[in-house]
Design a protein around this ligand. Structure first.
Ligand code: URA
Ligand code: SF4
Length: 214
């Protein structure tokens, strides 16, 4: 199973967003409240890719509206990236969780789910055509850079656009111009023992991403 059957060919962002509401490309749609697609327009020069919507995002229908989003926007500001110049999305578009009493506990999406949801991501890249794509954490890195990529070792570097990530219907975009940079996920910074150091690391990496805009 994959999202490919649900992605309309040649669709613009609004059409993609609308179609994604009905995606059943993996089983994650069954328990989640709704598809959380993205925020931002096609003119954005920076694409930010998170893991999946969290509890708050699942209820509100928008990416990065919880605590991780607050931290991310602060870090973007500190790195000199205008939030209006960003398009924010996730590698996986439905919230994966297990229930524990009344609480919904986040679960990391597995390889099959990441792979299933990837056609949405590629369709988004083709429409936005960014200068730089920032992958936040291991799940997003896996979606774009493959399972052997290690964020902890290869973070903060501007990498060439991976050939495997060309949109199947649109080989012209964003190949050749877009760069990819991996960094820590904002939620990992919120959990870190030494939050200040982890936060500074995120800002440093985002500054490298910002340098690709000059
Ligand atoms: N974490 C993510 O990766 N994405 C969101 O949208 C929210 C939290
Ligand atoms: Fe479709 Fe992705 Fe949701 Fe799975 S997680 S149902 S592939 S949108």
């Amino acid at each position: 199973m994959t999202a490919a059957d649900f992605v309309p060919a040649g669709a613009d962002l609004e059409e993609l967003r609308a179609a994604a509401r009905g995606c059943q490309g993996c089983h994650l749609w069954e328990d989640a409240t709704q598809t959380v697609f993205s925020r931002g327009g096609p003119e954005a020069r920076v694409v930010l890719v998170g893991e999946q919507p969290g509890d708050v995002e699942d209820q509100r229908g928008e990416p990065f509206v919880g605590p991780a989003g607050v931290l991310l926007r602060r870090a973007l500001g500190d790195a000199g990236i205008d939030p209006a110049d960003t398009y924010t999305t996730n590698a996986v578009k439905h919230f994966k969780f297990r229930r524990q009493g009344k609480r919904r506990i986040h679960q990391t999406p597995d390889r099959i789910e990441i792979q299933a949801c990837r056609p949405w991501l590629l369709a988004e890249f083709a429409q936005v055509n960014p200068r730089v794509v920032v992958v936040l954490g291991a799940t997003a890195a896996q979606a774009l850079l493959g399972p052997s990529f290690r964020v902890t070792r290869q973070r903060g570097e501007l990498l060439p656009w991976p050939e495997s990530a060309y949109h199947p219907e649109d080989f012209a975009q964003p190949g050749g111009t877009a760069k990819v940079l991996a960094t820590l996920h904002p939620s990992a910074i919120l959990r870190a023992d030494d939050r200040d150091t982890a936060y500074k690391g995120l800002v440093d990496d985002l500054q490298v991403a910002a340098s690709a805009l000059r």
